[in-house]
Design a protein around this ligand. Structure first.
Ligand SMILES: NC(=O)c1ccc[n+]([C@@H]2O[C@H](COP(=O)([O-])OP(=O)(O)OC[C@H]3O[C@@H](n4cnc5c(N)ncnc54)[C@H](O)[C@@H]3O)[C@@H](O)[C@H]2O)c1
Length: 311
């Protein structure tokens, strides 16, 4: 017998919310019932119940789950409200900006009798599973290098909050994914050094950090606004084997000598939605979906860059 589709509401219909709407609308495990955004209008979403006020959506009694794709300062409000009405929550990263909000979210998720997950794009990637399985020898370190000639990036050009200090910047928006990956592979991270440089009146132009997982050093360097190519590099240096994950999906390996490509398929927004649907129906989603506790560990590292107390 096929399970009934998960009745989903989507809060926030900007760059990410509309992407997920497109994927969920085609997904057999989901029935997208309601959408909300104070800055959009019903005509853009024919066939869906639209509300400008997301409180109406959260209170609706015909939903099993909500997906939250607002700027991060609103994640707590809508997550807690949805959990209070018994709905499962799939929340965008970063979990929150304010640490007290993130901690309340992680607490609420622990107590909730429903599924909760955070949408880290690398969580279900085959490349990540490959690195987890590999015998790399001793792990000697991780390097994370991020380059953004244009910030915000073109696909988020309308998301002006990304260029503001309050919620924006590439550290929260992008480094979070790679901190999640590093925490997943090496375990919890301790921040030794973390800082950002700001352009006058705008968000970060440079970031630098040193964390440790046990004794293993993790070096971070990021830049925005310079001439150059957009680039995302995460390198795990092992004594026997090293891995380079470039631009989210390109995996390379070295057993000594040049990087060699590793061809792998697996991992997508549709697959993360399948895992979330399984979790809503009571199954264990496994490592392919990030939980709120992992997202809180990431947030704690990320906010150290913005002056939150270094643990
Ligand atoms: N997982 C990923 O790969 C990924 C990629 C991009 C963005 N994101 C995350 O998704 C979230 C949204 O980012 P974005 O790029 O779509 O930003 P965006 O600015 O394009 O979209 C945010 C939307 O939220 C809406 N909004 C504001 N207040 C609201 C409210 N009270 N109720 C409902 N909607 C409201 C805005 O009108 C806007 O349309 C952020 O947390 C971001 O970090 C995740």
């Amino acid at each position: 017998m096929t399970a009934a589709p998960v009745r989903l509401g989507i809060i926030g219909l900007g760059a990410m919310g509309t992407r997920l709407l497109a994927v969920a609308s085609q997904h057999p495990d989901f029935d997208v019932r309601r959408v909300s955004d104070p800055n959009r209008s019903a005509e853009d979403f024919p066939g869906l119940s639209f509300s400008a006020d997301s409180t109406d959506l959260v209170q609706a009694d015909d939903l099993d789950a909500v997906y939250i794709a607002t700027p991060p300062g609103l994640h707590e409000r809508f997550s807690l409200a949805a959990l209070a009405t018994g709905k499962a929550v799939f929340c965008e990263k970063p979990l929150a900006v304010d640490l007290a909000e993130g901690r309340r979210m992680a607490e609420a998720a622990k107590r909730a009798g429903v599924a909760t997950a955070v949408n880290f794009a690398l969580s279900d990637q085959a490349s990540v599973a490959e690195i987890e399985r590999a015998d790399v020898g001793d792990v000697l370190g991780v390097d994370i290098r991020l380059h953004f000639p244009r910030w915000p990036r073109p696909f988020q050009a309308d998301a002006r909050w990304l260029d503001e200090r309050e919620q924006g910047g590439f550290v929260r928006e992008v480094l979070s994914h790679f901190v999640y990956l590093t925490d997943r592979i090496l375990g919890p991270l301790r921040v030794e050094v973390a800082g950002v440089d700001y352009a006058p009146g705008a968000s970060e132009v440079a970031a630098h950090g040193l964390f440790r997982a046990g004794e293993v050093p993790v070096h971070v360097s990021g830049r925005a606004g310079m001439a150059g190519a957009e680039r995302y590099e995460w390198i795990l240096w092992g004594s026997r084997r090293s891995y380079l994950l470039r631009d989210w999906s390109e995996l390379f390996v070295s057993d000594g000598g040049d990087w060699k490509p590793v061809e792998l398929a697996g991992g997508s927004q549709a697959e993360r939605l399948s895992l979330f649907a399984a979790a809503v129906r009571g199954a264990d989603a496994g490592p392919g979906l990030a939980d709120f506790a992992a997202a809180l560990r990431v947030q704690e590292v990320i906010e150290a860059f913005h002056g939150a107390e270094v643990r």
